[in-house]
Design a protein around this ligand. Structure first.
Ligand code: ASP
Length: 706
């Protein structure tokens, strides 16, 4: 059948009644009424009901239809008819009609399904029995089946529309899409590189790009003036739930422009993208300096969908008799707080003292938290008696406190610790008290970041080393001066998430060299890593700047998807592993040899050897339990048994097998309590060396569930 003769299942309507149509797709669901068989036939456009009935369908076709099962791929020819009264299905767009089958071709049979795909019930009003708890790894292992679900298809189609809107808009604005290399040299964006060994240059490696940063700047030197690219970037970072080792970025750069140009351009672009999800963003987007963002919300990506921003209370306590505050202020510290309005019923003394002050806030890095409940007669707390009348009045006024409010303060010698701990507390409370409105989108530009951050030795770039500083008259050897520099960088933030960021760049070779020097790179290292780039800056480099936007994140936000993995066709799982292709995998030693990797020379170990050796370390780390040398053999043995068992399961399973499920009961696997004894390993700190915190002579360890 020529492709163009096929009708789309989801588009048939009453107006098509009487037409002969040919449809192709998958059997979404079946209802067998003895003689009569109904199926829901699904293609990308939607679902239509097909009926096989001895009155209108040839017997041979009915017999063939009896073989159908869920997700068989079929082609059906038949006549569209209006459904008999009372049999409409308003749950599907084609619910007023059905197709009476005249012919059927089974194009592909389907093995037992690992999970249900159908999302639509066949009878009006009936609920779909759907296994909502399908594990994500199972979905990813059978991603091609998961992708058949209309919800996933919708995500990919909308993603396509959003990306297309970017291309259309930037094309209108005179931007040209240019591809940059995937096999390249390291570009610093603060992550580790994914390396690719070269066969032609044994023991030499390409790096996959962390971003096209240097190439896009070289395109500006090359006179392209306005560049963009929808590009894959690779960053080997620590695992986090909403991160992927490879992700897609809209990367953009323009010459002869300033921040104002980029803000306007990007606001229009962002508004267009969100519009595709039916979300209207008002413009211009507000702007906030990094300093103000930290001072008011303790974050460089403030979530401003709700209030509870910080008040500074340092000046209220300059004469205080309250010892803790006094000492902190003597050490140059500060005190900041938030007013949790009307929360005193939900935040009892017990919750404030035992949960927040003792457990939660120390987990955010602060030593403690001061809490006060506002009552009709004034403030109530465990320390309020240490405050003078003037201090109490000052607090009430500063926080605009009303009876029923709760005031929480954090004090510390370190300004940044006060900000970040209070910022985390603000978010924690907002979630706990359900203060974050849904369906609200709050974009914000954060500007004037510090150019550098303090590192173990010297400084590192807050963004990347190609960002223009606010001043150029600095001494690259003076750390204090370097830490006081601000950058001409900007981040686009929405609802507490960083969607993108960029900067005006350095286009002067001398300045670029001094920045690299400030980062502690020696002359030789600079020449080796960035010589080609510095050279380009000698040839009339134009002033330029740009930005990059995380497409996966933006699309997930626009579509309200639970994670970026829901908007990527073939993502890695949370452990950066691909359950579908089982990547990464080991390779044959012949391949390693060909790449010159079998003998890296000297005492450098073989690739992979380190990971193997450290399996026990890894286990110790994830379980937060220190494992001493005497325990290692037994644990190594248990690991080997587990690996062998997994191997057996893998070998036995064939693609046709229905997957096996086992629900592990959550049970307490800890030993019953026994009299405390001091283990010899604990004396040197080995036993709990991975415990996240120590408190009152106890180590905190994570509970490990089977
Ligand atoms: N290269 C930067 C990044 O990927 C963005 C930029 O500065 O344009 O984060």
């Amino acid at each position: 059948m020529p492709h163009h003769d096929r009708s789309s299942c989801g588009e048939l309507r009453l107006a098509d009644a009487g037409k002969e149509v040919t449809l192709a797709g998958w059997v979404d669901a079946l209802r067998d009424h003895g003689e009569v068989l109904f199926i829901h036939l699904r293609d990308r456009s939607g679902i239509v009901q097909v009926v096989f009935t001895p009155e209108s369908t040839p017997q041979a076709v009915c017999d063939k239809a009896a073989e159908l099962k869920s997700e068989f791929c079929v082609q059906v020819t038949g006549r569209v008819i209006e459904r008999a009264e009372g049999t409409d299905n308003p749950g599907i767009a084609t619910g007023g009609i059905e197709v009476v089958a005249a012919d059927l071709d089974i194009l592909g049979r389907c093995a037992a399904l690992p999970f249900q795909i159908s999302e639509k019930s066949m009878t009006a009003g009936a609920a779909v029995k759907r296994e909502e708890t399908v594990g994500e790894d199972l979905r990813l292992q059978y991603r091609y089946l998961d992708l058949r679900r209309p919800n996933m298809q919708e995500h990919l189609i909308r993603r396509h529309r959003i990306v297309k809107s970017i291309r259309d808009f930037l094309d209108e604005q005179g931007f040209v899409e240019v591809e940059t290399p995937m096999l390249t040299r390291s570009t610093p964006e603060g992550a580790r590189d994914y390396l690719v060994p070269s066969r032609h240059f044994p023991k030499n490696f390409y790096a996959l790009p962390q971003s096209p940063q240097l190439f896009k700047q070289l395109l500006m030197v090359g006179g392209m003036e306005r560049y963009f690219q929808i590009v894959r970037c690779f960053r080997d970072e620590d695992l986090r739930p909403n991160r992927q080792p490879e992700f897609t970025q809209l990367d953009l750069e323009a010459s002869f422009i300033d921040e104002a140009y980029l803000y306007t351009l990007f606001e229009e672009l962002t508004a267009r993208m969100f519009k595709i999800g039916g979300i209207d963003l008002s413009r211009p987007f507000p702007r906030m300096t990094w300093q103000d963002a930290m001072n008011s919300s303790g974050s460089d990506r403030p979530d401003l969908r709700f209030g509870m921003t910080f008040q500074d209370a340092t000046d209220l306590f300059t004469q205080t008799r309250y010892g803790i505050f006094k000492q902190i202020l003597e050490r140059g510290g500060c005190i900041k707080g938030i007013n949790v309005q009307g929360a005193s019923e939900r935040l009892s003394k017990n919750v404030l003292q035992n949960e927040y002050a003792k457990e939660i806030v120390p987990g955010f890095g602060a030593k403690g938290m001061t809490w006060m409940r506002v009552m009709d007669g004034g403030l109530e707390s465990n320390i309020v008696q240490f405050f003078s009348e003037a201090e109490r009045m000052g607090i009430l006024e500063r926080f605009d406190a009303k009876p029923g409010d709760v005031i929480l303060m954090i004090a510390d010698p370190s300004w940044s610790l006060v900000c970040t701990a209070l910022g985390q507390l603000r978010l924690h409370l907002a979630h706990r008290l359900d203060m974050i409105p849904q369906g609200v989108y709050y974009p914000l530009w954060v500007t004037d970041f510090p150019l550098f951050e303090a590192a173990d030795e010297g400084v590192t770039s807050s963004h990347h080393p190609f960002t223009m500083p606010d001043r150029t008259d600095f001494d690259p050897g003076n750390i204090d001066e370097l830490l006081a520099l601000r950058s001409r960088a900007y981040d686009l933030v929405m609802n507490g998430e960083e969607l993108g960021g960029g900067s005006i760049r350095i286009n002067d070779r001398g300045l670029q060299q001094r920045i690299l020097q400030a980062l502690g790179l020696g002359e030789q290292e600079v020449a080796e890593k960035f010589g080609f780039f510095l050279k380009a800056l000698e040839f009339g480099a134009p002033p330029h700047g740009g930005i990059a936007l995380g497409i996966d994140r933006v699309v997930a936000m626009i579509l309200g998807a639970a994670s970026i993995r829901e908007v990527i066709a073939f993502p890695k799982n949370r452990s950066a592993f691909c359950p579908l292709t089982q990547a990464p995998s080991t390779v044959a030693s012949a391949q390693l040899e060909e790449l010159g990797l079998l003998d890296l020379g000297g005492d450098r170990p073989l690739p992979g050897a380190h990971a193997k050796k450290d399996q026990i370390e890894t286990l110790s780390w994830v379980s937060r339990i220190g494992i001493g040398d005497p325990e290692r053999p037994a644990i190594a043995d248990a690991l080997a048994q587990a690996a062998a068992c997994a191997d057996r399961v893998n070998r036995q399973a064939s693609p046709q097998d229905a997957p096996l499920f086992r629900v592990a009961a959550v049970s307490n696997r800890f030993r019953e309590g026994r009299e405390a004894r001091i283990h010899s390993l604990s004396e040197n700190g080995e036993l709990f060396k991975n415990a996240p915190a120590e408190k009152g002579g106890f180590f905190k360890t994570a509970a490990v569930l089977d």
